[in-house]
Design a binder for this molecule. Structure first.
Ligand code: HEC
Ligand code: HEC
Length: 345
């Protein structure tokens, strides 16, 4: 640790998180911000995006990424309820690889399409964490699609491309999934203002954004769950998010584990680029970040089994604004999307 103030602030934050006294005196002073500026490490191991992790059995190559991108946009994969969709239908590059409708059919229960930006860092995929990797996620969809149409496997253009990448002309679902996952691993967004700040450029965040970071770490204690380099603990929590309507009875993680304590628990989503991906929560029930912050400020919903970490925050109007400006400073450099040419025969 480079500097002596890191320890006191870690103790301070640690004490706050574990003793949990609501901080009602809001005023964030200049010296608080100076202290923040001196930190070389942040509580909760918040930090800049590292290099993307790549599994040993699916190394990245430019040809594989190019093939993955073709498959990603190809409607002949026959996905979705209409059997005409590609990944692009619900993960739209111009919408930060999500959609702007509250829910899309992606599971038994309609849920909000998560962004694929930085999904490569997730320890588990889907709101209920039912799939362990990008490869497993893509494979499960391809198998559903191919059961209806195997048009794609017969195209010469794909056979040649598969031969180049995998050394076999056979277009298998497993290799399709590997190629798509390799493409998804290029969807990272480094160099957000927060990343530059964490790397030592103390002018990368405005005063308001720094106060927002302070609220994120201390008074709001968001970092209890939104931690690490991707702002998620990869765990499941019940916040008491309100249902969209009487038919919205999504059991969340319970649907996978059948453990009663998992009812209503959903995976903590990463918060990078969150300003670009409304609506919010697993069911898209909140239209804006303002609505999300109001929800947290009142201590979440009123349901049995709610996380003990949820409690009223008593944020001032200014702190709410600061928190939102901070969340916006998590928007990084988006990868360019150049549509590929698809094989016709
Ligand atoms: C019809 C809309 C739709 C299509 C088509 C679709 N998705 Fe999704 N995707 C979703 C929804 C909805 C979820 C969340 C479902 C859940 O949690 O149960 C999701 C979740 C994911 C996740 C998990 C992300 C996370 O943060 O947990 C990944 C990765 C993903 N999709 C990739 C793909 C790929 C690759 C394709 C194409 C092979 C694809 N999706 C096609 C709607 C879609
Ligand atoms: C107890 C753990 C926990 C705490 C504390 C927490 N979050 Fe969350 N956050 C989650 C989970 C879990 C979800 C998804 C909940 C759902 O959909 O049911 C979520 C969702 C969100 C979303 C929506 C993201 C999206 O893509 O839909 C935002 C924004 C957010 N949290 C910000 C915050 C902020 C700001 C704080 C502090 C005031 C905070 N969170 C505190 C666990 C937590």
């Amino acid at each position: 640790m480079k500097n002596g103030l890191t320890i006191p602030i870690v103790i301070l934050v640690g004490g706050f998180l574990f003793l949990n006294p609501p901080v009602t005196e809001a005023q964030i002073s200049k010296s608080d911000i100076e202290m923040l500026d001196k930190l070389s490490r942040f509580p909760g191991d918040l930090g800049p995006l590292p290099k993307v992790p790549v599994p040993a059995d699916n190394p990245q190559t430019p040809d594989k990424v190019a093939l993955g991108k073709m498959l990603f946009v190809d409607g002949r994969l026959s996905l979705g309820p209409d059997r005409k969709s590609s990944c692009l239908t619900c993960h739209i590059p111009e919408k930060a690889y999500a959609t702007d409708h509250p829910t899309d059919i992606g599971a038994k229960d309609p849920r909000n399409s998560p962004t694929l930006l930085n999904a490569a860092y997730n320890k588990r995929q889907m709101w209920d964490g039912r799939l362990p990797s990008l490869e497993a996620q893509a494979l499960s969809l391809i198998k559903m699609g191919l059961a209806v149409s195997d048009e794609i496997t017969r195209l010469r253009g794909y056979k040649e491309q598969f031969n180049k990448v995998f050394g076999t002309e056979e277009v298998t679902a497993e290799n399709m999934a590997k190629a798509i996952a390799a493409f998804e691993r290029t969807l990272t967004t480094p160099n957000s203002p927060f990343d530059r700040y964490a790397q030592g450029d103390k002018s990368a965040l405005s005063e308001s954004e720094k106060r927002g970071l302070w609220v994120f770490l201390l008074k709001g204690a968001c970092v209890q769950c939104h931690r690490g380099i991707n702002f998620t603990d990869d765990e499941f929590h019940n916040l008491g998010v309100p249902p969209r309507g009487p038919d919205d009875k999504d059991p969340g993680r319970f649907g996978i584990t059948q453990k009663e304590e998992d009812r209503g628990r959903f995976k903590t989503p990463g918060l990078r680029n969150v300003a670009l991906t409304p609506p919010y929560m697993h069911n898209g029930v909140f239209k804006t970040l303002e609505e999300v912050i109001e929800f947290y400020n009142k201590g979440g919903g009123d349901v049995p089994g709610k996380s003990e970490r949820m409690r009223p925050l008593n944020l001032t109007d200014e702190e709410k604004k600061d928190l939102i400006t901070f969340l916006k400073a998590l928007t990084g450099e988006l990868p360019p999307f150049i549509p590929p040419t698809l094989p016709t025969e």
